[in-house]
Write a protein that binds this ligand. Structure first.
Ligand SMILES: *Cc1c(COP(=O)(O)O)cnc(C)c1O
Length: 377
């Protein structure tokens, strides 16, 4: 059996080596390392793929979130609501901009922001909502967009884990995640569903004015060379990363399909296991791209399961072990621990199994048999 990886970047690279090596060599030969034609071409191709008017590449997903918020002109003290159960980057940029992060609980089945909790958290100072399509499952965008419309709030999608997923609205309209809210952020970190070979990220929007503002923000606030109209940042996707992404974008749907197939095999193998809750698909087939395959384990020492898997050369991950509202950097007297019952429980029960495009049947069989062996001992 091939050695099991949490994410098998090497196996994936082997299958696209010739294309990637050739295009990286071309960039180096051209010496157009920054803002080269590859970046522009990738931007166009991604706009086409997502069905979004503007893609603005930048240096990483955290920057993308920050820049999206800077572009919206939010003011210090404005409240921005997001999920308690997410990667810290989501809340970090809110705090960094001196906005006020407001964390709310999530749904137990989708792991995504709970629309009811969200509604309750709205105050006159609320300006924006940041739904995260966690683990690749679309957040409930029907409810979120409805709440945003009712209260005049911006929606900033954190699409770092959801690229390639499609949300189907109640009226049947299908929109790719990242093209739904006012503005979105994504990451091309190597292990993401569309990953480059270093850091990378992008901001998406259908709003022409906002796109114009953001193109200046990423470039030191310049709209005309050496005229700095706003305080900006330096955040660029380099041409070598764009070349890698151009080679991988045409394969994104195939990659996501492979993840889905691996997820289906895992789920089938765990059928009938009472202590294991497998991820549920809420919405249509294409609404989940399995950035992670995350189990909830009941009546089980989750950390001991993790150790057992590691001892058997099976990597696994705990995403995420601590709710954001209990993290030192984000504790706030406004939060009452009992209002985060779902997140608190998830942090004790979740365990993510290896998930990538190169998992084979033998590996899945081995991983699931070891999980079952531990659970039923
Ligand atoms: C990865 C990730 C980010 C940050 O992306 P980077 O490129 O690592 O800065 C933000 N939000 C979520 C949900 C992520 O998974």
């Amino acid at each position: 059996m091939k050695k099991i990886q949490m994410v098998d970047l090497k196996g994936q690279y082997e299958s696209i080596k010739d294309t990637v090596n050739r295009s990286m060599a071309e960039v180096i030969g051209s010496t157009a390392f920054i803002n080269g034609p590859e970046v522009h071409a990738f931007q166009k191709e991604l706009e086409e793929y997502l069905g979004v008017k503007h893609v603005i590449p930048c240096a990483n997903g955290t920057d993308a979130l920050q820049i999206a918020m800077m572009g919206l002109g939010l003011e210090p003290g404005d409240e921005v609501i997001t999920a308690d159960f997410t990667f810290a980057a989501t809340a970090e940029v809110i705090a960094l901009l001196k906005l006020s992060p407001v964390l709310v609980d999530v749904e137990p089945d989708t792991f995504n922001i709970d629309p009811e909790a969200l509604r309750k958290a709205i105050t006159p100072r609320t300006k924006a909502i940041v739904p995260v399509h966690l683990f690749g499952q679309c957040a409930n965008m029907d409810a979120i967009m409805q709440i945003a419309r009712e209260h005049g709030l911006y929606v900033i999608e954190d699409n770092a884990q959801g690229i390639g997923a499609t949300y189907t609205f109640k009226d049947g309209t299908k929109v790719k995640t990242g093209a739904i809210g006012d503005v979105s952020a994504t990451s091309f970190f190597p292990s993401k569903n569309l990953g480059c070979y270093g850091d990378g990220g992008a901001i998406f929007t259908n709003n022409d004015d906002l796109a114009h503002i953001i193109r200046g923000v990423v470039n030191h606030g310049m709209y005309k060379r050496y005229h700095h109209d706003v305080v900006g940042v330096n955040s660029r996707l380099d041409s070598i990363q764009a070349a890698v992404l151009r080679a991988k974008l045409p394969l994104l749907d195939t990659y996501n399909q492979k993840r889905k197939e691996a997820a289906a095999k895992y789920t089938k193998a765990f059928e009938g296991e009472e202590k294991i809750v497998t991820p549920v698909l809420v919405g249509e087939e294409d609404s989940h791209v399995y950035h992670q395959y995350t189990l909830k384990v009941k009546d089980t020492d989750r950390d001991a399961l993790g150790r057992f898997l590691n001892e058997n050369e099976i990597p696994c991950g705990i995403y995420y072990p601590i709710p954001l509202h209990r993290q030192k950097a984000y504790v706030d007297e406004r939060y009452k621990d009992e209002e985060f019952g779902v997140t608190n429980q998830l942090c004790e029960e979740v365990i993510s199994l290896p998930m990538h495009t190169e998992l084979d049947d033998e590996q899945i069989e081995y991983i699931t048999s070891k999980v079952k062996e531990f659970i039923n001992q």
